[in-house]
Ligand binder design. Structure first.
Ligand SMILES: Nc1nc2c(ncn2[C@@H]2O[C@H](COP(=O)(O)OP(=O)(O)O)[C@@H](O)[C@H]2O)c(=O)[nH]1
Ligand SMILES: [Mg+2]
Length: 191
């Protein structure tokens, strides 16, 4: 059973259509993470960046996942921001070994949280301190401090270490997300 199947079982299958946005800087591991969440039969064996871009969306068990690189070209910003309105949860992926770009990740997270379609909404925010296997990877507590997570009050948030390559840490994070979504008593969307 894939992680995603577990998530839909935890949530109660068919209860609601859920949209989960997977956001983070390029190279943080979003495509790899999405591939690990995918049901095994849909999993890509080799992901090249070009192919991965097309593979960065999938739907299974009433849950849709979309991943977006939130760095670079500001003109593309509207591409992922238009999905904020419908998002039930956000997974923010950080490369915990990329110390230099943590400040950029923080800026992007702040833009996300301040966006009119996100601000004030109780959208659960799951942060993966990814690449925990890499040399010099920061611990989740250090990543949390660098991102300023303790200042977030209007959204439930959680940070956990992950290794998207091996899948380590993903189940714990997804279990937290499932609990948040279940407790939120989401209205069933008919869109
Ligand atoms: N060591 C390590 N490498 C990872 C991990 N997750 C992703 N990578 C590698 O980081 C690079 C970028 O990953 P990718 O999923 O394409 O990042 P994206 O740009 O956020 O979609 C690839 O070479 C991945 O194999 C991880 O947890 N640990
Ligand atoms: Mg990618």
């Amino acid at each position: 059973m894939g992680l995603l199947d577990k998530l839909s079982v935890w949530l109660g299958r068919g209860r609601a259509e859920l949209t989960v946005l997977v956001l983070g800087l390029d190279n943080s591991g979003k495509s790899t993470l999405l591939n690990a969440l995918r049901p095994p039969e849909q999993r890509a064996q080799h992901t090249t960046p070009t192919v991965a871009q097309q593979l960065d969306h999938f739907q299974s068990g009433g849950i849709s996942f979309s991943a977006w690189d939130v760095s670079g070209a500001p003109r593309h910003r509207a591409l992922w921001e238009r999905h904020y309105r419908r998002a039930h949860a956000v997974i923010f992926v950080v490369d915990s070994a990329d110390h230099l770009r943590l400040v950029v990740a923080r800026e992007e997270l702040e833009l996300l949280l301040a966006h009119p379609d996100m601000f004030g909404r109780r959208v659960p925010l799951l942060v993966f301190a990814n690449k925990s296997d890499a040399p010099h990877a920061l611990a989740p507590m250090q990543v949390a401090a660098a991102l300023g997570l303790e200042r977030i009050v209007e959204k439930p948030w959680h940070i956990g270490a992950s290794c998207a390559l091996s899948g380590a840490g993903l189940a714990d994070g997804v279990a937290w997300l499932a609990r948040q979504l279940r407790d939120a008593r989401l209205p069933v969307s008919h869109s």
